[in-house]
Design a protein around this ligand. Structure first.
Ligand code: ADP
Ligand code: XPO
Ligand code: MG
Length: 557
């Protein structure tokens, strides 16, 4: 195949969004169109009574290369395949961030003949949800600094203990750590601050974990922006910020309906990354999908140790969701990378390297079983994969008693995912999945972290910096210790060291500090050197993106 993702997307004939809505039994009056091919869906379409008996399938992956191993592509392909075998399935995915779009990974609308459309609209500004999240986040920052400057700091906030930063949906390392208020007394109070990427915003997390607009307003009001001189937490509602913040989110709270290349329904909502945030689309969108379709295929970022674990322990517990099966995407190229093969040589057939990389796959299979769930391995086939290499993986799965299917949806669309769809249909109806979260929110903070680190990462122990230990004491004092944890760490290793590939053991996870999302409802242990504002690579994808006089965009992928 020599067409690019964008060329395939442009060549695909889209159906009016009303037709896609009708597939989900939604009337024209009930949708809010954004042009001909996109619509927002009102929350009244969520009906928990209709969710009974519906099937929820999580798509996760093995530890990825920098390009990603095809979870979003396979999720869309599987949805096409399920519809081809007569199952009314919808895919529910996250909205792409401009960070990767202009950075290294590119967009997040799938690939090849397994894409959601309109791809360029989805990958760029879409319906403005990210913009609303950014504005709400930065409004709180502005009100906070204004309180200190213009309102005599009656809340007694210690400017050195402000934790609330600003956000921007761009990979901007230059804004990670900044000094604000320079230029004299009229410019506010001089203090250190910084930017995180919007995908890491607590407003994003609150949106993804809320059940409706008033729940979102309460979550936003509970955001801790910093501490007083007496170490008391200061929350957004004390700045009277959450009403206006929620007003900005009035439309963003509604999920977005689009379509796949084959005209099946796709719901897109929220876009947190899974290495620095909780990595799953919203509870609202997932419940809407389960209210309207019989099967919902949904993805969580990066591998089972990041998006997978956070989807299961955090989102499912908060949302009362129970997955019926987990698809574990594996690629020949990623397995070879775990054998130490350089990225330049990953296309060369090398069955032995595939075999040497299998321990990483085995660990991710074990991780899914830790949640008492049934894994199905989906080999996302690339054109360069050899039959011998694929046989290495299928033999390994058979030895472990794990269902495995080759997924060719990137090349063939739904036709290429029928084998996977049949395996999923069988798995969700065996009743062998008895979803059990890894930990109870009420456990002590250290026990929650150490359970994940040992069981899911394979760590020998967890170490805490002096700062992290002080923060745990503070969290225990102010009652944040009963919140779940959302560990920020590298996506390139099961450990917190990106250089430890394959299945590392005997390592120590080092928690350097914590961020908190007291409003959204979790604490964020930050492991290793991970940053919550990524930087652009030396060859940004943005340099290859262009537009002509007729508005034709090129280079987006
Ligand atoms: N089978 C495949 N062959 C070629 N390219 C693929 C294949 N599957 C995915 N891709 C490409 O790899 C990149 C990552 O895919 P994506 O589905 O976004 O992965 P993830 O969601 O796991 O990050 C995308 O550019 C996509 O088009
Ligand atoms: O948060 C990361 O998501 P992907 O793995 O889909 O890129
Ligand atoms: Mg993805």
């Amino acid at each position: 195949m020599n067409l690019s993702d964008l060329e395939i997307a442009k060549a695909s004939k889209m159906r009016p969004i009303q037709e896609i809505a009708a597939k989900l039994g939604i009337s024209e009056e009930d949708i809010r169109p954004y042009g001909k091919y996109v619509a927002k869906l009102p929350l009244k379409l969520i009906d928990e009574s209709k969710m009974k008996g519906k099937k929820l399938i999580l798509v996760t992956a093995i530890t990825p290369t920098t390009a990603g191993e095809g979870k979003t592509t396979a999720s869309i392909g599987l949805t096409e395949g399920l519809n081809k075998i007569g199952i009314n399935a919808a895919v529910v995915i996250r909205e792409p961030s401009l960070g990767p779009v202009f950075g290294m990974k590119g967009g997040a609308a799938g690939g090849g003949y397994a894409q959601v459309l309109p791809m360029e609209y989805i990958n760029l500004h879409f319906t403005g949800d990210f913009a609303a999240i950014e504005k709400a986040h930065n409004l709180l920052a502005a009100l906070l600094d204004n309180h200190i400057h213009s309102q005599k700091n009656t809340l007694n906030i210690d400017p050195r203990k402000i934790t609330w930063k600003r956000v921007m949906d761009m990979n901007e390392r230059a804004l990670r750590d900044i000094v604000i208020g320079l230029g004299g007394p009229a410019q506010g109070v001089v203090r250190e601050s910084g930017f995180d990427i919007t995908a890491a915003s607590e407003v994003m997390a609150a949106l993804c974990l809320s059940k409706d607009l008033m729940d979102l307003k309460e979550k936003l009001g509970n955001i801790i922006v910093g501490y007083t001189f007496q170490d008391e937490p200061v929350r957004a509602h004390q700045l009277k910020a959450n009403g206006a913040m929620t007003a900005l989110m009035k439309h963003a709270i509604m999920p977005n309906l689009v379509q796949t290349i084959e005209g099946n329904p796709a719901i897109i909502h929220g876009g947190p990354f899974a290495n620095i945030a909780q990595g799953s689309n919203s509870i609202i969108a997932t419940k809407m999908g389960l209210s309207l379709a019989d099967y919902v295929v949904t993805e969580a970022g990066f591998a089972s140790d990041l998006g997978g674990e956070k989807f299961l322990d955090l989102k499912c517990q908060y949302g009362g969701l129970k997955p019926d099966a987990v698809v574990l995407v594996a690629t020949i190229r990623a397995l070879k990378s775990h054998a130490g093969i350089a990225s330049a040589n990953l296309k060369e057939p090398n069955p032995k390297a595939v075999a040497d990389g299998l321990p990483n796959l085995e660990k991710h299979i074990e991780n899914i079983r830790h949640f008492m769930l049934v894994p199905i391995v989906a080999i996302n086939k690339f054109s360069t994969d050899s039959e011998d290499e694929i046989t290495v993986v299928t033999d390994c799965c058979k030895k472990l008693g794990v269902e495995v299917a080759v997924c060719e949806a990137w090349e063939k669309g739904g036709e290429g995912a029928i084998e996977l769809a049949k395996a999923v249909k069988q798995a969700v109806n065996t009743g062998k999945s008895h979803f059990t979260p890894l930990y109870d929110f009420n456990w002590p903070i250290e026990q929650k972290i150490e359970t994940i680190a040992r069981k899911i990462y394979g760590a020998a122990e967890v170490e805490y910096s002096v700062k992290a230990k002080q923060q745990i004491k503070l969290f225990n004092k102010i009652g944040l210790d009963k919140l779940p944890v959302c560990i920020a760490k590298t996506q390139y290793s099961l450990s917190d060291d990106p250089l430890l590939i394959n299945r590392p053991s005997g390592f120590t996870v080092k928690i350097r500090e914590f961020d908190i999302a007291a409003g959204a409802g979790f604490i964020i242990p930050i492991a290793g050197t991970i940053m919550r504002m990524p930087g652009l690579p030396s060859k940004p994808a943005a340099e290859n993106i262009d537009i002509d006089a007729d508005g034709n965009i090129s280079g987006l992928f």
